[in-house]
Design a protein around this ligand. Structure first.
Ligand code: 3H9
Length: 698
């Protein structure tokens, strides 16, 4: 392999140029190349300074994440950083694009840092369940102070050059070619006999209330370990000499790297990118996407229209009458006001989007020129078929007809048109302009370029798009129905909805299932139970206590009463005192003697139900790979990112133990707990879900 670090002497300055596309990650070869280039510069008596610069779009995006989990290879990054900092030559980092993680740590080991005005720096290791492990926790707070350093590292956010200059992270901002700018700065420093400045020789950051900072970080982290560890590492920077602080950082880093949380988050990092790389789409050209039609301006339709407007597309939204049209426009304007307030768009853009880019009409003929139309009307097959019939009549040839259905049969919807190959499911999650997940539901006859265009749409909308096959509920809602049922069974058997919600938020879920049900509306589950009732198996256990609440018109948050009670306009809630009595009555009817559940058992049953159904979804080809299921749960269902997704969780638990528990639960309820064949096969073969991911090409 050729050396990814080139060396060129320009008078007394040696330029070390990193060429490791796409983002100059610090692979072993780059580390070795940098180390050797430093040796070479130091061996040349004419060289007085070294400029480190990155080729392409970034200075350095950090350690090479693909190397994590493999045997360590010399030189390691902390040693390289110390070696750079200890150089007798002046070392200058000339930064452009991003300098992240190990990339910023290399720059912090240089003696001077100069950056382009649009450069950004950050230590995002927290997003990988880690902390900066090459001196970042020790050097950054020596420049910024402890509080700012902790904030940068626990948020993992990117700091713009101007702010970095103000905080002392960089020394200078200069526009121009990074190499030229770096060379000029180095020459200036050499000519003025500027001193070597090692950040490690600066005083440690001031002391603060470390325990308070630690508790603050832990409480925000919802179970993730690395933010607390970051605070402890910064504490070491404050309290210990540099070398000892570095050793403490190393120990904390190694502990995090060996733990499950970093494995989960690294799995998420790679798979949120890999999920939309479908081999069958290689070389397929997507259709044009300029104007989008949306049918229905309720919460979902308005959210989709907002996402399209924010993606700079023309939008034609169809409503049923003038009053509905004006309400829909109001919703979209409200969403865009939110974007305006958060600084995502300017007032000028807001005006252009609402006045020029958005048309709200009541006549389907207005859709004659759109490239893709997304139907977001009531979830009823007859209604959908009627809409698709009308779309078929008015939309131009080649227009894509998409349904936002969350569970209906997209093949049947497509059959209502004369162009089945142009029909696809685009299942957004509410609020559609905010939630990251998009399930792209590929029907039997959907053309490949329609799939490719749908992925292009997802990308333009900033979504994580996952391919799904047709079945009731596709990937996410199908699995949700099963783990929700496991929770319902636990309620019938004695666990309270409130204990379940708490056990699962302690596990890391954004919300527990009963709080989610209140948020989504209890009428949705009630309707589903009614819809599925005719096909119900005699052994199926379906609690009905909550239907009594629905019969009284209580549907959760929107009516102020559900599993919890909600004060008007408030999200905080208290348990609804009616619920225990309703549950007790049903237990009495069913002659169930309630028993105690530990939080651990609650989590285990809930997760086993999720994994079992997820395995069936993979086995049936509804999801392309196990990691696709993981991304659906992560981005659409509040699954804790640091656990990587249900199937990564199962891998980390050991599939044999998960299967053994499912088989044990099946002894109580054989109908519900049918072990997935795929799970049994993997256990028998000594393989796991990640082996399947690898086989499908990550
Ligand atoms: C660290 O530094 C630890 C140290 O403190 C201590 C060590 C001892 N490694 O996102 P994109 C790939 S931890 C390997 O699509 P963008 C990425 O997978 C690291 N690969 O582009 C993708 O591959 P593919 C701390 C990496 O322009 C391709 O590059 N650093 C790495 O939207 C393009 O990426 C981070 O956590 C990497 N470090 O965004 C930064 N980075 O084309 C992580 C990227 O096959 N990276 N790739 O799918 C990012 O945040 C974004 O990738 C970045 C570019 C902002 C850089």
């Amino acid at each position: 392999m050729s050396n990814p670090v080139s060396y060129n002497a320009h008078g007394p300055v040696a330029v070390l140029r990193i060429q490791n596309p796409p983002v100059n990650a610090l692979s072993q070869a780059v580390r070795q190349g940098l180390s050797e280039a430093m040796d070479r510069a130091e061996a040349d008596a004419d060289i007085k300074a070294v400029v480190i610069v990155g080729d392409g779009r970034a200075f350095i995006a950090g350690a090479d994440i693909t190397e994590f989990g493999k045997p360590p290879m010399e030189p390691n990054l902390p040693d390289l950083c110390s070696r750079i900092e200890a150089s007798p030559l002046l070392v200058i980092a000339s930064m452009h694009g991003v300098s992240l993680g190990g990339g910023l740590e290399v720059a912090l080991s240089a003696h001077y840092r100069i950056a382009q005005p649009d450069a950004r720096v950050g230590l995002p290791e927290v997003h990988l369940g880690l902390l900066p492990g090459a001196g970042g926790t020790q050097r950054l707070p020596r420049l910024t102070g402890a509080a700012k350093g902790i904030e940068i590292m626990t948020s993992g956010g990117q700091v713009k050059a101007a702010a970095a200059l103000e905080m002392g992270i960089i020394d200078k901002i200069e526009t121009g070619d990074p190499q030229e700018v770096g060379l000029a700065y180095a020459t200036e420093l050499v000519n003025s006999a500027a001193p070597r400045r090692a950040v490690s020789e600066l005083a440690g950051p001031e002391a603060m209330d470390w325990d308070a900072a630690y508790s603050g970080a832990v409480s925000k982290a919802r179970g993730q370990n690395s933010p607390g560890a970051i605070v402890r590492a910064v504490q070491a920077a404050s309290e210990l000499p540099f070398a000892q602080g570095l050793a403490r950082e190393r120990a904390l880093f190694t502990e995090l790297l060996q733990g499950d949380q970093s494995k989960g988050m690294i799995h998420a990092f790679f798979n949120e990118r890999a999920v939309s790389n479908l081999p069958e789409l290689k070389g397929v050209t997507p259709r044009a996407l300029n104007a989008i039609g949306v049918i229905g301006g309720g919460t979902m339709g308005a959210g989709i229209a907002t996402a399209a407007l924010l993606a700079k597309m023309q939008v034609v939204l169809i409503e049923t009458g003038e009053a509905q049209a004006s309400a829909a426009r109001g919703r979209i304007e409200g969403n865009l006001q939110g974007a305006l307030k958060r600084g995502k768009i300017s007032q000028e853009q807001y005006d252009a989007l609402t006045q020029d880019a958005l048309v709200v009409a009541i006549d389907y003929a207005s859709l004659s020129d759109v490239d893709l139309v997304i139907e977001a009307v009531f979830e009823n097959m007859d209604v959908k078929k009627e809409v698709f019939g009308k779309l078929d009549a008015v939309c131009k040839q080649g227009a894509i007809l998409a349904s936002n259905t969350s569970y209906l049969d997209v093949d049947e919807i497509a059959a209502a048109t004369s162009r089945r190959s142009d029909v696809i499911g685009l299942h957004f999650f509410s609020p559609a302009h905010v939630m990251k997940l998009l399930e792209i539901v590929v029907a039997d006859k959907t053309a490949l370029d329609v799939v490719a265009t749908s992925f292009a749409l997802g990308k333009a909308f900033g979504k994580i798009s996952v391919r799904a096959g047709v079945c009731d509920g596709f990937i996410g809602n199908r699995i949700l129905a099963v783990y929700r049922t496991a929770a319902d069974h636990m309620v019938l058997d004695g666990a309270s909805p409130y204990q379940i919600d708490r056990a699962l938020t302690d596990f890391g879920f954004a919300m527990g299932p009963f709080a989610v049900a209140d948020l989504a509306g209890l009428d949705i589950g009630w309707m589903t139970r009614k819809r599925k009732a005719p096909d119900r198996h005699a052994d199926e256990r379906v609690p009905t206590y909550i239907d009594k609440l629905c019969e009284e018109g209580h549907f959760g948050q929107k009516t102020g009463e559900g599993y919890y009670l909600y004060e008007k306009g408030q999200r905080a809630s208290v348990p609804n005192p009616k619920i225990p009595a309703l549950i007790a009555a049903e237990q009495a009817d069913l002659r169930i003697t309630p028993r105690d559940f530990s939080d651990e058992e609650i989590v285990r049953r809930y997760m086993c139900a999720m994994v079992n159904e997820a395995a069936k979804v993979v086995e049936e080809g509804i999801a392309r790979r196990p990691a696709d299921v993981d991304m659906v749960l992560l981005f659409g269902y509040g699954f804790p990112r640091y656990r990587g997704g249900p199937l990564k969780w199962a891998d980390l638990q050991g599939l044999d133990t998960v299967l053994a528990d499912i088989e044990r639960y099946a002894q109580e309820d054989a109908w519900f707990w049918k072990p997935a064949t795929l799970l049994k096969t993997l256990v028998a073969d000594g393989r796991n879900f990640d082996d399947l991911n690898r086989a499908a090409g990550k």
